[in-house]
Design a protein around this ligand. Sequence first.
Ligand code: GDP
Length: 485
Amino acid sequence: MPISSFTHGAVDAFRNLGDFASDLGEPTIRLGVTGLARSGKTVFITALVHNLMAQARMPFFDAVAHGRVLRVYLEPQPDDQVPRFDYERHMADLTATPPRWPESTRRISQLRLAIEYETQKFWKRQLGYTRLNIDIVDYPGEWLLDLPLLQLDYSEWSRAALEQSGAANRKEAAKDWHAALTEVDPATPADEATAQRLSDLFKAYLRDARAASHGLSTLPPGRFLMPGDLEGSPALTFTPLDAKGAESFAKGALWAMMARRYEAYKTHVVRPFFRDHFARLGRQIVLIDVLAALNGGKPAVADLERAMTEILERFRTGANSLWSSLFAPRIDRIVFAATKADHLHHTSHDRLQAILALLAEDAMERANYAGAEVKALALAAIRATREGIAKKNGESLPCIVGYPLLGEMIGRRHFDGSEPFAIFPGDLPANPEIALRHPHAQPDDVRFVRFLPPDPIKLPAGGFAPFPNIRLDRALQALIGDRLA
Ligand code: GDP
């Protein structure tokens, strides 16, 4: 046996022993669900919980497929300081008449799901293990961007942030902020109005830069884009400044005030998040709107690759810096999931998955990543479309049919949410290399509109039928299947 696999095995055994020890009270998995804004976190968690509780058919989730899951229910959330994921409200939205999509993730939240099951393992039976708690932790992917800040002091960060803002694809978005900076001397006495104005312009730049890159690539500070409960707080009222001559600035200078706030942000916002939440995760799913990236062309795909590399760097155990190794979670499985696969005909689902797998492979290579098992899959947590065949010039073409939301447009056509529309999403290329390296070579008609959620089906016995979905069961198997063996 090669030494490396022996040592890996030994490390795993210790880890499992650790899990086992921490599980002695009650077996519990902390499952992180993350992704950038609108990647589909809220919909994913709501659908996952509802479909498990409503006993959906899940042919690829072994424990359910083999009839070993006896009961699934919500339990009180064990961490008092963390808001509870508002499952009931999100369900109320999705089952309203007409149904609507729930409000998206804006801050961290948590939900405990208990699964009672029949184990196949002798030792678990002896120990009376019949229940697994899953603590689902929903948090904005934007917050992961902040880890590198812990290694930078204010002048290093200022320099780096100013340099990044001068890049060709960001300069335009940063124009107003740059102009304001040239009029301000960092050595002048601090005043709140100037701090506020500069910070607002800096935030506007971060938002515009994100919009210009189709929402995939973002720059820290993460809370500037996704403030959570800190919206409007002075902890978020700072901006990088020109660091020239900073050593000689007085204590009362604008520079000193900004440096203090930057340090406070690291101490009171960044560190507690990584220490109290991130480092405690055991499994992680990262949701990605890959189709939006493909639609955005080459720069958006390049941004997505960078973002995935950065995310993997956060999960790298034993990485080179002290902070990152302290905060690296003991995650042993990471799933990257391309969401909203219901925008494609099923003939393209495997292709979407292959594209994401290739992206993940490249990202792992670049991040020099070794550690947790990484999987890639394509899914739709809630399927809002059905498939059909449409005739066009005598040819039969596979299409998807859904109700585009009020305000959506395709070409010059505006939708009001009341009529179904057939879309030819176009095939993704069979070769994932082509999709990634030449995304502009795609037919323009890999179109994107937001669809109305499907009509909820009321059950005679009360409650609602499971949501139609694509491959939600495979995601569950990849994330927690082994723990229900
Ligand atoms: P979050 O910001 O990551 O919490 O994203 P959400 O879960 O709120 O999803 C953002 C939007 O994406 C929703 O309002 C839906 O329009 C769309 N969406 C999310 N998941 C799906 C899905 O499985 N299918 C479809 N068709 N749309 C989805």
